[in-house]
Design a protein around this ligand. Structure first.
Ligand code: BGC
Length: 255
C-alpha cells in the first residue's frame, strides 16, 4: 500500500507516495517552496496542494504522514525554532486534520528520518542505540534503541560551550560563517559529537541533512569512539519516515 509522506522544511515542502514494501517513492516527489510566512495556515495550504497532486495514488481519505521541524508531543507543537513562531502551542494534528479533511500523523523531522534509516538505510538491522543527527538549518536528532524510537529527543539544543549547539554546529552556520569543512569539523562538530557520545554511549551515529552528501569531507576528520556514518536515504528520509509513522498510526490507533 502507498502512503503519502510529506516533509515540511524551512525552505521546501516535499511529498511523495511511499511504497513501504520497497522503502522508496512509488512515483516522483513534488517539491513546493515553503511560504515566506511559514505559518500553520500557509503550510497547510501547500500540504493540501501536494495531497491533491497525488489523489490518483492515495485517494481522498487515506491517512498521510507529515514531518515537522519541531517536537510533536501527542500532536502538539510545544516550541518551534526554525518556522513561524505561531506554531508554538498549536494542537497540530487536529489543525491539519480539519484543514485537509483526512487523518494526519505528525512526526518530528529527525525522528522521521531516523525511522527511515533504521528501517531501510544506514542503520538497518542495528540492534543497539542509534543516534541520528540531521545537519541543516538546525540540528535534528532521533534516538532509536533496538528499532524503537524514543520520540522528541531535542539534542540539537544541548548546551555547548555556553551556546545552543545548533547555533554553532548546524550546516547553516558553516555557510553563514563561511567555515571550511576542516574548521567546521574540528571546532564545531568534534565537540558536539564527543559531548553526545559522553552523554549517551551510542552504538552508531548516522549523519543526515543535505550536507551529508559531502560526508567524506568532514566525517573522517572526527575523532570518536563511536562509528559515524552518512545517512543513505539522503533527502528521501523525511518523506519515507513520515509514511512509516502514518502506517504505524493506522496499525496501532490510539498510540
Ligand atoms: C528543532 C528540532 C528539529 C531540528 C531540525 C531544531 O531546531 O528544535 O525539532 O528536528 O531543528 O529541523
Amino acid at each position: 500500500m502507498n502512503i503519502l509522506g510529506i516533509d515540511v522544511g524551512g525552505s521546501g515542502i516535499k511529498g511523495a507516495p511511499v511504497d513501504l514494501d520497497k522503502g522508496d517513492f512509488a512515483v516522483d516527489r513534488l517539491r513546493i517552496p515553503t511560504p515566506s510566512k511559514s505559518s500553520p495556515q500557509n503550510v497547510a495550504e501547500v500540504v493540501g496542494q501536494i495531497c491533491e497532486h497525488f489523489t490518483d495514488h492515495i485517494g481522498t481519505d487515506s491517512r498521510i504522514g507529515l514531518t515537522i521541524p519541531a517536537p510533536v508531543v501527542h500532536g502538539r507543537i510545544p516550541f518551534i525554532a526554525n518556522l513561524h513562531k505561531s506554531w508554538a502551542g498549536l494542537q497540530a494534528d487536529e489543525f491539519f486534520q480539519d484543514a485537509l479533511g483526512r487523518p494526519v500523523t505528525l512526526v518530528n523531522d529527525a525522528d522521521g528520518a531516523g525511522l527511515a534509516e533504521v528501517h531501510f538505510g544506514a542503520a538497518k538491522g542495528n540492534e543497539g542505540l542509534v543516534l541520528m543527527t540531521t545537519l541543516g538549518t538546525g540540528i535534528g536528532t532521533a534516538m532509536i534503541h533496538r528499532g524503537v524510537l524514543v520520540p522528541n529527543a531535542e539534542l540539537g539544543h544541548v548546551e555547548l560551550n555556553g551556546h545552543d549547539a545548533e547555533t554553532r554546529a548546524a550546516s547553516s552556520i558553516k555557510e553563514s560563517e563561511k567555515l571550511s569543512y576542516k574548521v567546521w569539523a574540528k571546532e564545531r562538530l568534534q565537540p558536539y559529537y564527543a559531548h553526545l557520545e559522553m552523554l549517551f554511549s551510542p552504538d552508531l551515529f548516522v549523519v543526515g541533512g543535505g550536507v551529508s552528501k559531502d560526508s567524506e569531507k568532514f566525517l573522517p576528520l572526527l575523532d570518536l569512539k563511536t562509528p559515524i556514518v552518512p545517512a543513505v536515504l539522503r533527502n528521501r528520509a523525511g518523506i519515507i519516515g513520515a509514511a512509516l509513522a502514518a502506517r504505524d498510526a493506522n496499525e496501532h490507533p490510539g498510540h
